[in-house]
Design a protein around this ligand. Sequence first.
Ligand SMILES: *Cc1c(COP(=O)(O)O)cnc(C)c1O
Ligand SMILES: [Zn+2]
Length: 412
Amino acid sequence: MTFINGLKCRECGREYPKRAIAGCEECFAPLEVDYDYDAVSRVLSRKVISARPNNVWRYRELLPLDREPAVGLTSGGTPLIRAERLGRELGIRDLYIKNDSVNSPTLSFKDRVTAVAINKALEFGLSAVGCASTGNLANSVAANAVSAGLPAYILIPDNLEPNKIIATSIYGARLIAVRGNYDDVNRLCTDLAERHPWGFVNVNLRSFYGEGSKTFGHEIAEQLGWRAPAAIVVPMAGGSLITKIHKGLKELEQLGLLEEEVRTRLFGAQAAGCNPITSAVRRGSTEIKPVKPATIAKSLAIGNPADGYHAARLIAKTQGWAEDASDQEIAAGIRLLAETEGIFAETAGGVTIAVTKKLIEQGRINADDLTVIAITGNGLKTPEAAGLSEPIVIEPKIAQFERVVLGLAATF
Ligand SMILES: *Cc1c(COP(=O)(O)O)cnc(C)c1O
Ligand SMILES: [Zn+2]
């Protein structure tokens, strides 16, 4: 049973059959999956969705597979947490965290997109998979390739965090560090995808891959009682996730599954050291001027974002905004989230928390806006970024504990 007609160019509308293809051959714009929403609406209801297991396949008619999924069966279904302490700290009443730092199998939201892309690689009969990655995608493709029984070629910039590298090589993937930044890596993968019958999940499988991100939005709406939030703050690298969350919400609205219209304002978060989308939004423009990344938020360090134009356009259209955070603010954001909510996020989470704080201070998000913060990756992958202090060291003696830890005078 399939609900997809094919692929369609986002800009010129040219149609393509379902296949591994990087973009429109006419105008080079990204391709979108073209669904038969009438057919979807005949089978998908709140009741049908609610009865299914808690993973991305809960919304399977809105994902671009032609067969039953064979891998990625544990991805998605992550918690939406009411964040009262953090909300008090930031001065906002109705705050939630969508916590993909505990996504499965590799602890980032990338497990959603990879779940879709690797199944698609199996359907297309491709002989290997791969990706250009800033770290999290590398982890996820390497793990899912094992489940699919496919070899993986993972290309990364040569400056990634040690834990992200370990969490890829452990799965036996061919890990290649390229001297250069993400944009150099991505260009190399584009050339490779033209010469070999391989599926690079974010290059020639990109139009399918991106659809997995919609489930981040589907889940938020369902978890809020079939309602879209007033505001959502999303970290941006290539700019895909923020646009797909919006698409996911609009789909549920179109299918009549939501209580109210979607009026969600999209807020984008980037690092100050790699802010091409944020700076376009600030200029009131959709024209992306590429930058050379220099930030501790390496998972977001894409200087020439593929979906930057689309993201900037949607942010403006929904009356949202975008801001950025310095390295110091990122580290403080990581600590604030951990100390208020008990969630240890990676650098992208630090960016998102720091930016949320600014947006509230600027009055762009109001105290009574139902707001969701997207936490997309786990802090154990970037522990060096938090700038932590050493533990207190004592002898195993009660007197030492009371003097050193509690500051009490010796009573013995
Ligand atoms: C990839 C990534 C993002 C952003 O994804 P885009 O869709 O490229 O904008 C956000 N957070 C983390 C942790 C990521 O790994
Ligand atoms: Zn086109």
